[in-house]
Design a protein around this ligand. Sequence first.
Ligand SMILES: *[C@@H]1O[C@H](CO)[C@@H](O)[C@H](O)[C@H]1NC(C)=O
Ligand SMILES: *[C@@H]1O[C@H](CO)[C@@H](O)[C@H](O)[C@H]1NC(C)=O
Ligand SMILES: *[C@@H]1O[C@H](CO)[C@@H](O)[C@H](O)[C@H]1NC(C)=O
Ligand SMILES: *[C@@H]1O[C@H](CO)[C@@H](O)[C@H](O)[C@H]1NC(C)=O
Ligand SMILES: *[C@@H]1O[C@H](CO)[C@@H](O)[C@H](O)[C@H]1NC(C)=O
Ligand SMILES: *[C@@H]1O[C@H](CO)[C@@H](O)[C@H](O)[C@H]1NC(C)=O
Ligand SMILES: *[C@@H]1O[C@H](CO)[C@@H](O)[C@H](O)[C@H]1NC(C)=O
Ligand SMILES: *[C@@H]1O[C@H](CO)[C@@H](O)[C@H](O)[C@H]1NC(C)=O
Ligand SMILES: *[C@@H]1O[C@H](CO)[C@@H](O)[C@H](O)[C@H]1NC(C)=O
Length: 823
Amino acid sequence: MESTLSFFLVILLPLVSTQSQYVLPDHYFINCGSNSDIDFTGKMFIGDDNRTTFSLSGGSTASNNNPASTTPEIYRTARVFTQKSWYELEADGNNTFVMVRLHFSPFFSNGVELSDSKFNVSVSGFSMSSNFNVGDSTVIKELIIPIRSERMFKIEFTPSNGSSHAFVNAIEAFTAPSELFRHGVVLPKISPAGKNGDMDNISSSYAFSPVYRINVGGQSIGVDRDTLRRNWTPDDEFIFQSEPAINKTFGGTVNYKEPFAARYDAPDDVYKTAKQLNDSSVNITWNFGVNKNARFLVRAHFCDIISLGLINTYDAFNFFIYSHYPEVVNPGDKVGAPQVPFYYDFVVDSDEKGFVNVSIGARPGTSQPVFLNGLEIMELLKSSGVVDFPNDGKSSKKVYVVVGCAVGGVVFVLLIGFFIGLKYRKSKLSVGKKTESNAMPSYGRSSYTSISNDFTISNPSPIPILNLNLRFQLADILKATNDFDENLVIGKGGFGKVYRGTFPEGKNVAVKRAEKGHGQGRPEFVTEITVLSKIRHKHLVALIGYCDEKSEMILVYEFMEKGTLQDHLYGTNKDIEKLSWDKRLEICISATRGLDYLHTGSDAGIIHRDVKSTNILLDENYIAKVADFGISRLDNLEETEMAIKGSFGYLDPEYISCMKLTQKSDVYSFGVVLLEVLCARLALDPTLPPDEVCLAEWAINQMKDGMVESIIDPYLVGKINPNSLSKFLGTVERCLKNTGDERPTMNDVFWDLEYALKLQQMVVDKEVYEDSTMNASMQLSMSMSMIDILSAKCTDGDSQVMNDTSYLSESQVFSQLKIDEAR
Ligand SMILES: *[C@@H]1O[C@H](CO)[C@@H](O)[C@H](O)[C@H]1NC(C)=O
Ligand SMILES: *[C@@H]1O[C@H](CO)[C@@H](O)[C@H](O)[C@H]1NC(C)=O
Ligand SMILES: *[C@@H]1O[C@H](CO)[C@@H](O)[C@H](O)[C@H]1NC(C)=O
Ligand SMILES: *[C@@H]1O[C@H](CO)[C@@H](O)[C@H](O)[C@H]1NC(C)=O
Ligand SMILES: *[C@@H]1O[C@H](CO)[C@@H](O)[C@H](O)[C@H]1NC(C)=O
Ligand SMILES: *[C@@H]1O[C@H](CO)[C@@H](O)[C@H](O)[C@H]1NC(C)=O
Ligand SMILES: *[C@@H]1O[C@H](CO)[C@@H](O)[C@H](O)[C@H]1NC(C)=O
Ligand SMILES: *[C@@H]1O[C@H](CO)[C@@H](O)[C@H](O)[C@H]1NC(C)=O
Ligand SMILES: *[C@@H]1O[C@H](CO)[C@@H](O)[C@H](O)[C@H]1NC(C)=O
């Protein structure tokens, strides 16, 4: 274990430290029309009359001789132009952005009233203002321009007519992070009527003119608290109906994580406050007045500061743009943890009245808090296309900067951090799966079924108050399943049938319906709702809801496109592509995350009790999720066990013989699943010769005899790196130890399998990492024929030992199996 850990630390450290660091450059901060350098809002503004690092094409200096005492020194001077003039500056790199901020604070000087000025300002050919008249106030204008191959850029001032002036008091123009607007991403394009396409190359085609920067649920944020010296303002004046909105403030720290939002995307003050929806029957809407017939980049900032501790990975809420476009926001799935900032970008056209409207609202049947932390609205400006460049007198060469025809390849930096490792693999997998178009998903015989033997419950527990948020109307279920259309049946089990259902918004679900009049399963039904409504995890199949109308017992789960793990190992469906060893390991690793969460993540500590390959389901990307909690048990629940529950072939010998049920019983069962994954055969196959019926027993005997090759799935022979196999077998062996104390925890198994995967992927290294002889690692002391199991000694004499003799005889095992087979 020690060596495993250090192995991972070595490869992880460099990845973690790639979190991008952006330091605000010290140029250009320019004090215009002055020869003195002034410290203003924390930056040294260099007098432009005394410049050495940039060029300026003229203009004269002006200073305010009668400034108000409150006028900052930097606003007491200006540079004044009577003809087209410019500042010429250089960005720190190419393929990035420059943030330009111009300060205008007019005064009267030498017979010129600057507040009467009327002029055009453009940067690099992007028009910042046309016929701009400041009036009497101080105005700060901002524009973010893309820098491609040409690093030089010009800020150009053109008086509107021969008798007018142009002026500027201060300039900030600094190189922004190159990932401020990501290259190579495709954004949804939204009009008031809904989504009408996608747009790419936003970051190289447009300049961005910020219209609103909103710190939702919080207060104004000044330039000193923002890496890029931006101002953020509260949202309250834009909110349409404030009753359902409550201000939320988080006192802790938020965790910026690659590849999601970085500190420069928005300061933590933005992410630490939010408006939360307090009434799921309404939406919160904000209306922002903008230019008509214009196009905007809308960036919505989110950070779940409301869910503390664990975050549920299924629930989501809606972020609407106007009324027809909902973005489904799922913090758990997107970033995997609360307090991790992230954002979404949209290209939005203003409506005919000159508004951009956004809302947040709950999705039916979910308990995810609904919130918004920040919002930016930036008008997209197209370049006029051509600028004079450079104009240094010597050459009149014209450089055409046609922004939008992307220069150079888009550099798409793939950040492969550990925390996104799973997602990364996910995308690899989905590429790999290609065409598996016969979309009829097949759930295994008993994918949604627990073999919870019918004689189990002697005293049905009273029905607790179920989670009402999850309750569905029978009418909706009937609609979703087309009145329980037999053609939609995707699985059958002791509990009843499982249907594929589709809700009106297009969401696919698996609907498990207890057979009518069966009279059984109520306790399992209640357990499943109780357990699943408490826990949410990426690697646990999510319960979306239930329905208990008219004596129906219906459970609604997220739909798992690829069915059960078993189907992909040795299913009868020949069309199913065989899984590679890498994929198998990845699936097992995902499953360990789910089980570990059950064991340790949820406060109660839950024992699944029915871990098997048909209870590990795969989503469309082959990400595994553990299913079926019908017989799971809260670890601290004082419950009088009257029977063994679980599936034979997977049952912990210690549990069978001593009625000692712990999390380690799940570990044992998982060990059997690992063997199934390696050997691609049933855990219990009565059609085989007697010494091969029980997979665990047979495999261990084979390993002891050094006959490892003979048990491996023929498809895998020669494809597994010996080190990986050795690590894997060692893990299996430890999972299958006779007593729970000797078995690893699920977390240990996770690390071992990760290690096995790494070994498999390190193709170059042919040397055996550890366990130089296979046999040495196979010091297997297991022997577990059924008889052994039944006669095994209980190691822990007094804890939870019950003398219960209601376990099944071998023949009952097989009859159970046959029932199972027949489903
Ligand atoms: C720049 O200004 C400083 C004082 O503000 C002065 O000492 C220095 O000589 C000036 N340099 C040039 C090149 O004009
Ligand atoms: C971008 O800058 C790098 C070095 O800073 C240079 O090698 C490269 O050619 C530049 N790319 C373009 C398209 O000019
Ligand atoms: C200022 O900009 C407007 C709009 O782009 C343009 O029509 C006008 O000709 C410009 N004025 C000058 C003096 O360049
Ligand atoms: C030029 O602009 C000034 C305002 O700056 C305005 O008062 C004047 O009438 C304009 N002249 C012409 C000829 O448009
Ligand atoms: C946006 O909100 C404003 C103000 O409530 C409303 O007048 C306008 O119709 C809305 N636009 C759309 C497209 O819903
Ligand atoms: C976007 O950029 C890519 C790569 O530079 C280019 O192949 C593609 O044609 C561009 N698309 C548009 C719409 O400009
Ligand atoms: C939220 O906080 C802001 C600023 O502190 C305050 O002005 C506003 O009234 C609050 N809004 C609500 C709905 O509590
Ligand atoms: C949230 O809504 C409930 C019920 O509508 C109300 O009692 C409560 O005061 C609201 N909370 C806040 C902070 O407004
Ligand atoms: C929230 O807004 C969307 C889009 O306008 C609308 O479809 C939905 O019905 C609204 N939800 C509630 C609860 O008002």
